[in-house]
Design a protein around this ligand. Sequence first.
Ligand code: SF4
Length: 218
Amino acid sequence: MTVTSPLPATEPPRDCPRCPRLVDYRHACRAEFPDWWNAPVPAFGDPAARIAIVGLAPGKHGANRTGRPFTGDYAGDLLFATLAKFGLSEGQYDARADDGLTLRDIIILNSVKCLPPQNKPQPDEIRACRPFLADGVAALPNARTFIALGQIAHQSAVKILGGKLPKARFAHLAEHRMPDGRMLIDSYHCSRYNTNTGRLTAAMFEAVFARALELSRA
Ligand code: SF4
């Protein structure tokens, strides 16, 4: 399976050894599902983007299987439908890394690039992967607006963008101005759990992207 990163110089090696628990889980998944990606999932999108999405980590049956962020599980259905609605993608999303979908003026990065058990990375794993996220963000010359999907992504994004966490509290649709003027908008993660429980509706999610577009074009 071939997946090409738009930011190749910032990606970890396929066998990145930094998180022992995640490496063990990677090996277990490779043994059980040899046709899956089962490796750090690279960024996806437009390297000249003005908007960058910071996600949490690959989902087992989504990005960890297909090799492309949010691709192949419920979270991707909502995210890619939303991007299409706002003209931020071209082509048809078909839940496969080779479906030909491209993103326009937006890019997706993850806080943790390897699959964590139960979708829950540990603090040391979030810290270990943060330099890769920081390198990815540093490689985006035009990104002035960031969308954090969930609390963990919010914390990683604030740290990377030079903000202060006690001041920048996570809340859906909260906006945080970073010291250099870059803007961070928070959103509840577009997980099946959040939408099934009503914490996040499609309208609430779309409001985040509408605001991000306003900010990016200001
Ligand atoms: S989560 Fe990041 S730092 Fe940890 S093993 Fe994977 S790529 Fe390496």
